[in-house]
Design a binder for this molecule. Structure first.
Ligand code: OOG
Ligand code: MG
Length: 263
């Protein structure tokens, strides 16, 4: 760790204020170039602690930057991990208020719900599939607090990996008879297909993203508890939205999910 406790607390307050009041900021490595990975996750943990202290609940975890398309779009090479708070939840077919966000984008994701805890090191795709209760179609609405979505990996980790809202579809499907690699993914904006892919775009197999999260937490002495919902990461590039847009996602065998954006 390179930053002291007071600096971590101040940066967490800075980034969380930007989230809650929907304003943008410059990436924090501009003013703190010395910060390391532990500092980045410590700032994210402090944002989580602030929300819990205010009475929010954590309702899931997420993996980000797990597909080539996303890594290329954002100019980074390594996945990141974040948390999902209760107020990020949007019902299937529900509305998201643009006024509450900075510059949201949508991405198609496969969501996992676990029936057993997962703990690294050494967690692999087989362990993830054995521990998975079911998978669902999910739309993640990301909203980097950084100006023009320009950041580096440490800055985005501190900013809880741009987490902001998410929608889950209504079908919960067991993985036993599914090949998650070859599931087709089609996301439409206002009736036009804007993102098309397959599950294998995420680290070769979406379950590999969940294994990576378990191994990341294992290195910190933590685990993914049974019952956790986890977004495995955008299959395609994220797509910008504006008020009036309607986004729908269909994933082969997993059904659909949709969301509308209003003023
Ligand atoms: C970081 C969050 C990435 C994903 O699924 O790749 C993410 C960002 O692109 O702003 O959620
Ligand atoms: Mg995502």
């Amino acid at each position: 760790m390179k930053l002291d406790k007071a600096t971590i607390a101040a940066l967490a307050e800075h980034l969380e204020s930007a989230e809650l009041q929907a304003f943008d900021v410059v990436k924090i490595t501009d003013s703190h170039p010395e910060m390391d990975w532990d500092d980045a996750y410590a700032i994210q943990d402090e944002i989580r602690r602030r929300k819990l202290a205010r009475g929010a609940r954590i309702v899931g975890l997420k993996c980000g930057l797990t597909s080539r398309a996303k890594m290329k779009q954002m100019g980074v090479e390594t996945p990141c991990f974040g948390f999902l708070a209760d107020y990020f939840t949007v019902a299937d077919g529900g509305e998201v208020k643009m006024s509450e966000l900075v510059h949201p984008k949508v991405e198609p994701e496969i969501a996992f719900v676990l029936k057993r805890a997962l703990k690294g090191p050494g967690c692999h795709v087989g362990a993830v599939l054995a521990a998975t209760d079911f998978v669902m179609a999910g739309i993640e609405i990301i909203d980097s607090r950084y100006r023009d979505f320009k950041f580096d990996l440490k800055s985005v980790i501190a900013d809880n990996c741009s987490s902001s809202r998410f929608v889950l579809g209504g079908c919960a499907v067991p993985v036993d008879d599914l090949d998650l690699r070859t599931l087709g993914v089609v996301m439409e904006k206002n009736g036009e297909a804007v993102a098309i892919g397959a599950g294998a775009a995420v680290l070769g197999h979406p379950a590999a993203a969940i294994a990576m999260l378990a191994n990341h937490l294992g290195a910190r002495g933590e685990e993914i508890p049974a019952g956790t919902m986890i977004l495995s990461g955008g299959v395609t590039e994220a797509v910008a939205v504006k008020a009036g847009d309607h986004v729908s996602l269909r994933i082969q065998s997993l059904g659909s999910a949709s969301v509308k954006f209003i003023e």
